[in-house]
Design a protein around this ligand. Structure first.
Ligand SMILES: Cc1cc2nc3c(=O)[nH]c(=O)nc-3n(C[C@H](O)[C@H](O)[C@H](O)COP(=O)(O)OP(=O)(O)OC[C@H]3O[C@@H](n4cnc5c(N)ncnc54)[C@H](O)[C@@H]3O)c2cc1C
Length: 375
């Protein structure tokens, strides 16, 4: 890894990823293709689809070593981590042959068109429609918070195909080219000053009839499959990145003479312990049967998201009075110190991929078997 992050790629070390996605987008796509030439993308996928069929234990080791070496945030994360596993599980052979090579090779990038203005946690409230007209799906509606849409070639969209259908019924999971006529992407500026997610408007947008994963009415089942991947194994290696951030916090506190503060020392120690628990949990998960993984993954998302948000707050304590000052090039391409970025972006960790409150409901109902929340 170290030998590869040289030359033009050297600037990518530790860049990209949450809160920093706008940086070096094209260069990180180039890096993705470089990884692909060494067969270092999609390492857990079956070999016939371009992977290495690594067992999950080795996949985690790979992701940890990647983070330790400063490998940049993966531009193809949504394709590799979310859509790819969904296609492997639910798609036809023809669809796999069409779409998986672009993900493995780093030549096609994906975004996730789930959330709508009135369908976030309550995803079954989807209002975007899809109708079959002359051998094509015609899509109308609006998605929101669509990460990386402005750099994506394709979007996987949940839409309502059966008129008058309610909730989980009548939904479809469609693959839609972002170059299609009628798509408008409007970036949303975040507290970080950057715009990583977007509103996406669909006005009579067309995609081929064949670009449906599962059948009409299967949209919910397929969408939930994708969510399980989003909350699950994808994040098993990220404790290494968290450890690096914690080291930066400790270095900053030391440089600012803040480590004399017993409260800060206490907070840092607790974070250190939680990062180790996170790793121990990841390692423990490796010994579980595949069937138990989903259950464990429910806890993983809640644990890492809360830990990371707390880490952002401790980062501000470590900066001391400097935390109150944002450099005056806030509107520039490189607006924030990395710890400011950590603080601001980690506010979102407990929201996306299932908010903390919703995760608690999921754990209660599906993992612990508690009575369902009154709806
Ligand atoms: C950084 C970021 C990136 C994102 N990227 C994408 C993306 O690429 N594609 C995409 O489709 N979406 C994306 N999202 C959207 C994300 O999935 C939603 O924000 C999330 O599902 C929450 O929905 P909402 O924002 O509509 O909040 P709401 O669902 O309106 O929730 C508001 C509050 O109510 C709470 N709440 C809601 N229902 C319950 C309940 N039943 N019990 C208890 N509390 C409840 C929530 O926890 C939350 O605190 C992204 C979000 C963020 C922050």
């Amino acid at each position: 890894m170290h030998e590869n992050l040289t030359g033009d790629f050297a600037q990518l070390r530790f860049r990209g990823g949450p809160g920093d996605e706008h940086m070096f987008v094209q260069e990180r796509m180039e890096w993705e293709r470089h990884l692909a030439t060494g067969r270092w993308t999609c390492v857990g996928w079956p070999t016939e689809y371009g992977g290495r069929a690594l067992p999950i234990s080795q996949e985690v080791i790979f992701h940890e070593e990647y983070a330790r070496a400063g490998g940049p945030g993966r531009a193809g994360l949504i394709g590799e981590g979310l859509l790819g596993p969904t296609l492997l599980h639910f798609a036809t052979e023809e669809q796999k042959q069409r779409f998986l090579p672009g993900i493995v090779g780093g030549t096609e990038y994906w975004c996730q068109g789930y959330s709508e203005p009135n369908a976030g946690s309550d995803l079954a409230n989807i209002k975007t429609t899809a109708r079959l007209v002359d051998g094509q799906w015609v899509i109308n509606g609006q998605k929101v918070w669509t990460s990386l849409a402005q750099w994506s070639d394709w979007c996987f969209v949940i839409a309502r195909a059966e008129e008058g259908s309610q909730r989980h019924a009548g939904l479809v999971y469609l693959l839609v080219p972002m170059t299609a006529e009628g798509i408008e992407v409007r970036p949303i500026r975040q507290i970080t000053g950057t715009a990583e997610f977007n509103e996406v408007f669909f006005d009579d947008v067309r995609t081929d009839a064949a670009n449906i994963v599962g059948g009409v009415g299967d949209g919910w089942k397929v969408a939930m499959g994708t969510l399980a991947f989003e909350r699950g194994v994808l994040t098993l290696g990220q404790q290494m990145a968290f450890q690096r951030e914690l080291t930066e916090i400790i270095d900053t506190a030391t440089a600012n003479g803040r480590l004399d503060d017993p409260n800060l020392r206490d907070a840092i120690t607790k974070l250190w312990i939680r990062v180790r628990i996170m790793r121990a949990n990841a390692v423990r998960t490796l010994s579980l049967a595949e069937s138990q993984l989903g259950r464990e993954a429910m806890i993983t998302k809640l644990f890492w998201a809360s830990l990371h948000r707390d880490m952002g707050e401790v980062a501000m304590d470590a900066m001391g009075a400097d935390a109150m000052i944002i450099n005056d090039s806030y509107d520039s391409h490189e607006p924030l110190e990395s710890l400011h970025r950590l603080f601001m972006f980690t506010r979102s960790d407990t929201i996306y991929g299932g908010s903390n409150q919703v995760q608690r409901n999921v754990i209660g109902e599906r993992a612990l078997g508690l009575p369902r929340e009154p709806r």
